[in-house]
Design a protein around this ligand. Structure first.
Ligand code: UD1
Length: 417
């Protein structure tokens, strides 16, 4: 399996074009199943998770063509409503196909999703919400079959937690229906707004995206459209963390301030200097970060759980102690033992991790265990002295496009072997 070999301690200087957001691209690719015309998606990241989505679309009978960052999807000939278990296992986001397929085919058959192991990742909210809209479910040997023979009907759904995936599935199932679905305590992430923007361009009637209460007024059909995926805020935060430990100056192209709500506090604390202009975000750092302070992961606009591992890697190099409280997922500290191999002082108890900054981080052979935790190890390797080998980089390649190339062009010594 491929690995990154990093010789740490180089300053970063240059410009990185921020890729399109994985967490927008995946639900929007799934949403294209609902469209009865060609969908053209620009700024679609070239990562293994989008490859998996494309495989699922083709399996369903859609015709999909990719030209660099542009993906063309035509779902007019779709004829299947099931997703094979091996494709479901490749990524957790495959569960959003459930709502989209249900909306289009009136039935769907999926197995329990895979993806990063971040503790139990149940889908009870997805199922109970779709059931309130009239879907019927059966589970047999890990295969979930659902159908809406009588059609989606109006419903008022109050989510007990603003689940991103459940909010997406509700939108996708409800958008082509005869009913009006209201979702309170809906997820407010920018990627939810991007999905709503895309669907509305196709003819949907969704209001309230990003505000916590969503109104989805069903329409008969959706047409095709052209849409540009928003920049990836987690990838942006990862490069900001890398710059904080390496020092130097980077222009992160395409990034807008609104998208960094939630993470900007931690970076301000750490002493990273930021400045926006029409080109994007200019960031500069001395190379010895200040402590990140108290970082509590929360649904948007709180600090994103996906940025916790790279920001924790940054804190390992900081002057002082940082405290992390992981409120979204259990087992999202699988990178800690690997960071400790590199000299980090991290103490975990339950959902709290206390990181005492160290000036002695040194290279080691470490293993990526999930996507963002893997990216955190790269951040640590870039700042540590000597050689770091990051194994299992297939996890990282699920979400980071041209990672080693972007970092290498900015002055890092990193190669993929
Ligand atoms: C989550 C993140 C999202 C991130 C994505 C990829 C949040 C709120 N969501 O989205 O920002 O981009 O991971 O890493 O930060 N839950 C249930 N039952 C359900 C669904 C979820 O109990 O049916 C729980 C999960 O176990 C978890 C929490 O809700 O503790 C967050 O779930 P959710 O937002 O649905 O996760 P993702 O959609 O994967």
């Amino acid at each position: 399996m491929a690995e990154y070999v990093i010789d740490g301690g180089r300053r970063l200087n240059g410009c990185i074009e921020i890729q399109g957001a994985k967490n927008s691209a995946l639900p929007i690719l799934a949403a294209s199943v609902l469209c009865r015309g060609e969908v053209i998606l620009n700024n679609c990241p070239i990562i293994s998770d989008t490859d998996t989505c494309i495989k699922i679309l083709r399996y369903l009978g859609c015709s999909v063509y990719r030209d660099g960052h542009t993906v063309y999807v035509d779902s007019r000939q779709i004829y299947r409503y099931d997703i094979p278990a091996e494709l479901m296992r490749e990524m957790r986001s495959s569960i959003v196909f459930m709502g989209a397929i249900l909306g289009r085919m009136k039935r769907a058959e999926v197995s329990l999703p895979g993806g990063c192991e971040l503790g139990p990742r149940p889908i009870d909210l997805h199922i109970s919400s779709l059931a309130r809209m009239g879907a019927e479910f059966e589970e047999n040997h890990g295969i979930i079959s659902c159908s809406i023979e009588k059609g989606i009907h109006s419903a008022d759904i109050n989510l007990s937690f603003p689940s991103v995936g459940a909010t997406e599935n509700i939108m996708l199932a409800a958008v082509c229906s005869d009913g009006v679905v209201t979702v309170t305590n809906a997820a407010k992430e920018p990627e939810i707004c991007d999905l709503a923007d895309f669907l509305n361009k196709c003819g949907a009637r969704i209001t309230g995206a990003g505000e916590g209460t969503l109104y989805i007024e069903g329409v008969k059909t959706l047409s095709g459209t052209q849409h540009i995926i928003i920049p990836d805020r987690i990838v942006t935060a990862t490069y900001m963390a890398a710059l904080s430990v390496c020092g130097g100056r980077l222009l992160l192209k395409g990034v807008s301030p609104l998208q960094l709500r939630g993470v900007s506090n931690a970076f301000e604390h750490s002493g990273l200097m930021t400045d926006y202009d029409t080109k994007g975000l200019h960031v500069s750092a001395q190379g010895v970060p200040e402590r990140a302070g108290l970082v509590r992961t929360m649904p948007y606009p709180g600090f994103p759980t996906d940025a916790q591992p790279p920001v924790m890697a940054m804190s390992c190099f900081a002057r002082g102690t940082s405290v992390f409280v992981e409120n979204v997922f259990e087992s999202r500290y699988r990178h800690v033992s690997e960071l400790c191999r590199m000299g980090a002082n991290i103490y975990v108890q339950g959902k709290v991790a206390v990181v005492e900054g160290s000036f002695d981080m040194s290279g080691a052979t470490v293993e990526a265990k999930d996507l963002r935790g893997g990216a955190a190890l790269v951040v640590a390797g870039l700042g540590a002295s000597g050689k770091t080998v990051v194994k299992n980089i297939n996890y990282i390649e699920r979400g980071y496009e041209a990672f080693e190339e972007n970092l290498g062009n900015a002055g890092a010594d990193i190669i993929k072997m």
